[in-house]
Design a protein around this ligand. Structure first.
Ligand SMILES: *[C@@H]1O[C@H](CO)[C@@H](O)[C@H](O)[C@H]1NC(C)=O
Ligand SMILES: *[C@@H]1O[C@H](CO)[C@@H](O)[C@H](O)[C@H]1NC(C)=O
Ligand SMILES: *[C@@H]1O[C@H](CO)[C@@H](O)[C@H](O)[C@H]1NC(C)=O
Ligand SMILES: [Zn+2]
Length: 532
């Protein structure tokens, strides 16, 4: 009772203090009314775009749950000296929003392999499984045969489009791998990562499938150590043993890839100088592997050696968009998830801001009329945004209202993870602790070395042809089918075969049609009158 009264008093004081940070123009009701009026008008003016999508630009924020999205928006504004809450990210401008249910066939909370199989191949499956249906079992090679499911990237390639993958992780990581591979285990990056029994049963590693399955025009990310024979020195870190090639079969997949492209303009690059020299106007194929494993976090990137996700997205689009039949490109902000696993909100949010900048570049280089752009997350993380922080307060800071133990707590915290610390039987005193550094672990309720994922729905944002299909609360496996329908690739070709079969009714067209009918009736009556 006492503590309730205390916290109500504290909240009152907070509101009194907080009101000073409000913006003057926001005190005027006209500010909100005129803003809403503009928003309403743009919603009323919006026309349904029922074009066949020539291009699909698919942005996947790994682990970018809605809390991450909101917090990154605030950070993005604060990096530009704005208060942050009112900042508009590029992804905020997408007109259509839906939710996707992320559970896998076997787990309530999924991983990136099972979710990628859902949204890229259109079929839900089991945890850790890539490009195989739920009849396949995690890690059991014998269950692969006959259970392969193909991805939207393959459907697009089969339809004559150019295709590409851009990621900030290794290109063999779960999300990009699902565009081209079928693997009972997401961790079979190279043959050295496979048990002997899986090899004996005829399964192959993900890197070798990168060369063999779909002919991919643009491959950008990390992961070169899985491509070269065991012991091959890395060009960037020649003295680092962990960075050396790890293939046991002696194959050099980079050389094999180059040899397979003879007669085409194909470039393999591993650093920014060579990457910058690639002329997209005169390039058919690009393989760029900037690190032995995953790329570095954007905040720790060496801009002399590695390009940003904005630069890689731009290069990929410029190469792919030369195809008159269009393209499919997956761009993955792959390390949002990894930063969250480490409990580092700073890193996760900065990765999300970089990802949003890549989305802006994508919109700048394409036309809304012909490009379906999707932004979604595969799954969420147990990040919570709590307390009563003031308007404009540092999103990586602490709640001004202290807890009942009279100690502050971080505005962002995790349900579980490395941020759980006990000092002398008590939670840490953060009064003198800076919580907005890149290595800080936000508080966590339960100790775990690596934060888990979380199971709530994720947002799906859409813009361009047939964007209105991405609405409501849907199974995540629906996404691949809706993208395929929009672009007229894959199994359902109704959208380009027979326009009369369009199941969608354009209210604007319908209105136009009925007014046309009315005016022809009127002119018929007038004609009659003339005759009379
Ligand atoms: C934000 O403000 C700081 C300090 O006044 C200044 O150094 C910085 O350049 C500003 N940044 C932007 C993006 O305006
Ligand atoms: C970039 O790669 C090329 C080709 O391997 C190499 O010759 C060059 O020295 C590299 N640049 C840097 C800065 O390491
Ligand atoms: C915080 O820092 C101040 C000034 O350095 C010091 O007086 C105070 O004891 C510190 N408090 C804690 C909880 O460490
Ligand atoms: Zn993860």
């Amino acid at each position: 009772m006492e503590s309730t009264r205390l916290s109500i008093l504290a909240l009152f004081l907070l509101v009194v203090l907080g009101s000073s940070s409000a913006k003057v123009e926001e005190e005027n009701p006209e500010f909100w009314r005129s803003q809403a009026k503009k928003t309403l008008q743009s919603a009323l003016d919006r026309k349904l775009n029922t074009n066949v999508a020539k291009n699909i630009l698919f942005f996947l924020g790994d682990g970018m749950g809605i809390t991450t999205y909101t917090a990154a928006r605030i950070l993005k504004g604060q990096l530009q000296n704005q208060s942050g809450e009112e900042t508009v990210m590029t992804m905020d401008t997408f007109p259509n929003v839906g939710l996707a249910k992320t559970y896998s066939v076997d787990f309530q909370i999924p991983d990136s392999a099972a979710t990628a199989t859902a949204y890229l191949c259109g079929v839900k499956t089991n945890l850790n499984v890539i490009g195989l249906s739920g009849a396949a079992r995690n890690g059991i090679c014998k269950t692969q045969k006959g259970n392969e499911v193909t991805s939207i990237l393959k459907w697009a390639k089969d339809a004559g489009k150019s295709v590409g993958i851009v990621t900030s992780t290794r290109v063999q990581h779960a999300t990009p791998a699902t565009t081209y591979a079928h693997s009972a285990s997401r961790s079979w990056y190279s043959d050295a990562d496979m048990p002997a029994s899986a090899k004996a049963d005829g399964c192959t590693d993900i890197s070798s499938q990168l060369l063999k399955n779909t002919d991919i025009n643009v491959i950008i990310g990390g992961g070169r150590k899985y491509m070269t024979p065991q012991g091959t020195k890395d060009p960037e870190y020649p003295r680092d043993y962990a960075s050396r090639g790890n293939r046991k079969d002696g194959r050099n997949l980079i050389t094999e890839w180059q040899n397979s492209k003879i007669g085409k303009v194909a470039h393999y690059v591993w650093n920014k100088t060579e990457f910058d020299a690639v002329d997209p106007e005169n390039t058919d194929y690009l393989m760029a592997l900037f690190e032995p494993g995953d790329l570095r976090f954007e905040e720790e990137r060496d801009p002399m050696m590695d390009p940003s996700i904005v630069e890689t997205t731009e290069k990929a689009i410029r190469i792919l968009q030369k195809n008159p039949k269009g393209f499919f490109l997956l761009v993955e902000g792959g390390r949002i998830d990894q930063a969250h696993h480490e409990g580092r909100a700073y890193m996760a949010l900065h990765e999300t801001v970089a990802f949003d900048n890549a989305i802006a570049k994508g919109l700048e280089l394409t036309k809304e009329a012909e490009t379906l752009t999707i932004v979604m997350a595969d799954h969420s993380h147990p990040l919570t945004f709590n307390g009563f922080p003031f308007r404009g307060q540092n999103i990586l800071g602490k709640s001004p209202l202290w807890a009942t133990d009279m100690k502050p707590y971080t505005i962002l915290m995790y349900g579980n993870g490395p941020g759980h610390k006990i000092v002398n039987g008590k939670r840490p005193d953060l009064r003198n602790v800076t919580t907005d550094g890149k290595d800080y672990h936000q508080l966590a309720a339960v100790p775990l070395q690596s934060t888990t994922h979380s199971g709530e729905d994720v947002a799906v944002l859409a813009r361009g042809p047939m964007a209105h299909l991405f609405q409501g609360v849907q199974e995540q496996s629906y996404i691949a089918h809706a993208m395929g329908y929009a672009a007229c690739v894959g199994a359902d070709l109704r959208h380009c075969q027979d326009p009369a079969l369009h199941t969608t009714i354009d209210p604007n067209n319908a209105a136009r049609a009925s007014s046309a009918l009315l005016s022809s009736l009127l002119s018929a009556l007038l004609a009659l009158k003339v005759l009379i």
